[in-house]
Design a protein around this ligand. Structure first.
Ligand SMILES: NC(=O)c1ccc[n+]([C@@H]2O[C@H](COP(=O)([O-])OP(=O)(O)OC[C@H]3O[C@@H](n4cnc5c(N)ncnc54)[C@H](O)[C@@H]3O)[C@@H](O)[C@H]2O)c1
Length: 249
């Protein structure tokens, strides 16, 4: 199926590894020119290099999504080097595993700053560029923790991911008139660095609760995001797509 996004420009935040990396690779396979962003320069450069080796177009821009100046620079450099953005994937996030009684106010603020305020500021920058073209796709990463509350994740993380759902619904209303769709995805347990830190017995217990009997792969989230970014998903907006292996069934 031709997804109709060949030649578009995407920014994927936090795409040095995990779901962001696989999303960047999947978009590049569709002919999208991708700006890789991360705070980890080694990982970010590696993702961009892998895309170029496979014949795609990619640049790497260092930037902390918790810092507004870095976000402005990220969008300015992408516009200069690849063109104005068509597809934004708000993926960068942090998830400190701290019991709720012990979360200091500064840590709660930091999680919201990167995971929610960062996604908001990126969406705002994207809107300035997309509205001129009357075409755009914004896809943000929520989480099962945002939909149903935290199990192993922190309360601050869960709060930020619930905020992503509210923001998505509001932005879908504000941006719809400009032919910009805004959606989020809510993965359950996915096989990335965020999950690998959990002890084996916890991972086994999680697996036993999933009807599909396994933890999801980052590529299985990337393929849903790529579809939402495509021309084919032109009438999907304001949705939160669960990617849970049947967990809530
Ligand atoms: N892995 C899961 O089980 C799971 C489940 C639900 C939702 N999610 C969400 O999916 C997204 C990706 O998760 P993942 O598991 O691939 O994470 P990950 O930790 O493997 O990768 C996150 C990437 O973001 C980068 N990053 C961190 N802080 C940043 C910042 N301030 N600015 C720019 N980049 C930054 C990291 O360096 C890293 O490369 C996150 O939004 C996460 O909340 C993950």
């Amino acid at each position: 199926m031709d997804l109709g996004i060949n030649g578009k420009v995407a920014i994927v935040t936090g795409s040095g590894q995990g779901i962001g990396r696989d999303t960047a690779l999947a978009l590049a396979e569709e002919g999208v020119k991708v700006c890789i962003n991360d705070v980890n320069d080694e990982l970010g450069n590696e993702t961009a290099e892998d895309i170029r080796k496979a014949g795609g177009t990619a640049i790497y821009v260092h930037g902390d999504i918790g810092a507004e100046a870095d976000i402005k620079e990220l969008f300015a450099r992408t516009a200069k080097e690849l063109g104005t953005v068509d597809i934004l994937v708000n993926n960068a996030a942090i998830s400190p595993k701290v019991p709720f009684e012990e979360i200091p106010a500064e840590q709660f603020e930091k999680v919201l700053k990167v995971n929610l305020l960062g996604a908001f500021l990126c969406s705002q920058q994207a809107f300035y560029q997309m509205k001129e073209k009357r075409w755009g796709r914004i896809i943000s990463l929520s989480s099962m923790a945002g939909r149903f509350g935290a199990n192993k994740a922190g309360v601050h993380y869960s709060s930020s991911k619930a905020g992503i759902i509210g923001m998505t619904l509001s932005l879908a209303k504000k941006m719809g008139p400009y032919n910009i769709t805004v959606n989020c995805v809510a993965p359950g347990r996915i096989n990335t660095a965020l999950t690998k830190v959990l002890p084996q017995e916890v991972q086994d217990q999680i697996r036993s609760q999933i009807p599909l009997g396994r933890i999801g792969e980052p590529s299985e989230v990337a393929s849903v995001i790529t579809f939402l970014a495509s021309e084919k998903a032109g009438y999907v907006s304001g949705a939160c797509v669960d990617i849970l292996g049947g967990y809530i069934a």
